[in-house]
Design a protein around this ligand. Structure first.
Ligand SMILES: *Cc1c(COP(=O)(O)O)cnc(C)c1O
Length: 464
């Protein structure tokens, strides 16, 4: 028999998690105003809200924590991180920030102004937030296949070059501060961008004199998919692929909480010293002095080790295998998910799952609440709540896809936990017709409402 897959690590330290009853969960989710962000972690059994900062560090990362240098200026930890960014990603300059959105805030303070247009592949919510906050607009140029969950396109994160060129040719270059390529594309289901597409976006952008910026939170997972799915790269190492990927970028923002495999941190890296100088002004104001920028020295040390670990094939194989394990179980049972399975999460197609719940009642949120009630599993809505209102008309924006995202923390849960998640979804799928209402908004914030929105059962407000 062929030997089954098993992880290339064993567990040195364990953290308890808590089971609960359906009755308890019913009460807790009501108290949380049906917003899963408002639950306490002890009220959750398996937490798939996000893979951001929720992973387990390795023994080498913990060892690096102990040798962190907390000097305000010129810390050796800063130089360890600087070397890792240069050697692995190829950027000469970088600024540490406290997390990814802080990197966006600093970089966009330099680059984005009112009425600007920023094309990209389904911008991440904080990225879009930082663009719209500056009264500029984000234009989605993702390929159409990304919005068909059944399409087996291997690179659903790709940008459609025609859509991109349409933006470039209808706006003056001064109005387009950059194109943002998100690797992997979170919003479209953790879907990768091909090397060919990165190369083409770079060539087209240079023709029009536009900067290329990578939103790089899951760059290593993206490199894994290039190695697996793009023939030319089958025999390349992950580090070789990563180096070529970033050769097509002028700058990058990073949420180190993802593929840095640390619990907090971020950075901006760039090739142009002038951009570094301009961004430094904002970094010092918002984040901290340039050699720590909101990070402790020990965390920069752990991040330097994390960047090395995340770009090894053995780490990525473990990571992607676990996500695929959950995804394939759901596919086997006929549960509609974004295919092929992405790098960090399984995205359940809530419109197909709960087709009878009206879109005005937040279909994916309804499914997220059901999953919590069923098994104490916390996923997250990637749908109408997240899409927010149009900044001009204030109307709800109904995205093409309503997804329930199940993000898998790195090196944290076992496949037994994945089995619980899969069976819980199967149980809901089998009784889906009985779910006869969604939710309506009681209270919401003017921007990025999904974090704090308060909901109630829709039947209460439904017109008879
Ligand atoms: C998480 C993430 C961000 C924001 O990073 P934070 O560290 O959460 O502030 C930006 N872009 C992408 C693609 C992300 O996944």
């Amino acid at each position: 028999m062929e030997l089954p897959f098993a992880e290339s690590y064993k567990i040195k330290m364990v953290e308890p998690i808590y089971k609960s009853t359906r009755e308890q969960r019913k009460e807790w989710i009501k108290q949380a105003n049906y917003n899963l962000f408002n639950l306490r972690s002890e009220q959750v059994f398996i937490d798939l809200l996000t893979d951001s900062g929720t992973g387990a560090m390795s023994q080498n990362q913990w060892a690096a924590i102990m040798t962190g240098d907390e000097s305000y200026a010129g810390s050796s930890s800063y130089y360890h991180l600087k070397d890792a960014i240069k050697n692995i990603l190829g950027f000469d300059y970088f600024l540490p920030t406290h997390q990814g959105r802080a990197a966006e805030n600093v970089l966009f303070s330099v680059l984005v102004k009112e009425d600007d247009v920023v094309p990209g592949n389904s911008h991440f919510d904080t990225t879009k937030g930082h663009i719209e906050y500056r009264k500029a607009s984000a234009v989605d140029c993702t390929i159409d296949e990304a919005f068909d969950t059944e399409s087996l396109h291997p690179f659903k994160g790709n940008l459609d070059l025609n859509k991109l060129e349409a933006v470039y040719s209808t706006h003056p270059a001064e109005q387009i501060p950059m194109v943002i390529v998100t690797l992997t594309c979170n919003t479209s289901g953790g879907q990768p961008v091909s090397m060919q597409n990165l190369r083409d976006v770079h060539t087209l952008s240079k023709k029009y004199g536009i900067k290329v910026v990578f939103d790089s939170a899951r760059f290593a997972e993206n490199a894994w998919f290039i190695q697996q799915r793009e023939d030319e790269y089958r025999n390349s190492t992950i580090k070789e692929i990563v180096a070529e990927m970033f050769s097509y970028a002028d700058a990058m923002t990073m949420s180190s909480k993802k593929d840095g495999i640390v619990n907090i941190g971020g950075f901006i890296a760039m090739k142009d010293e002038e951009l570094l100088k301009q961004a430094s002004v904002f970094n010092i104001m918002f984040e901290g002095f340039n050699t720590y920028g909101g990070m402790a020295g020990r965390d920069m040390n752990a991040l330097a080790v994390g960047l090395d670990e995340v770009t090894t094939g053995y780490y990525l194989e473990n990571r992607i295998q676990q996500v695929a394990y959950l995804g394939n179980k759901l596919i086997e049972w006929g549960i509609p998910v974004q295919k092929p399975i992405g790098g960090h999460a399984v995205f359940v197609d809530a419109k197909k799952f709960l087709g009878h719940v009206p879109k005005e009642e937040y279909i994916a949120q309804t499914l997220a609440i059901e999953l919590y009630l069923e098994a104490g599993v916390r996923g997250v809505e990637v749908g109408t709540l997240l899409a927010d209102r149009d900044p001009k008309t204030r109307e709800n924006r109904y995205p093409k896809l309503e997804m329930l995202r199940l993000a898998i923390p790195r090196r944290t849960y076992t496949n037994n936990h994945m089995d619980v998640v899969a069976v819980a979804l199967k149980n809901i799928f089998d009784r889906r017709e009985e779910i006869d209402h969604g939710y309506r908004i009681k209270k919401e914030a003017p921007i990025m409402r999904h974090f704090s929105v308060e909901l109630e059962h829709a039947e209460k407000g439904r017109k008879k």
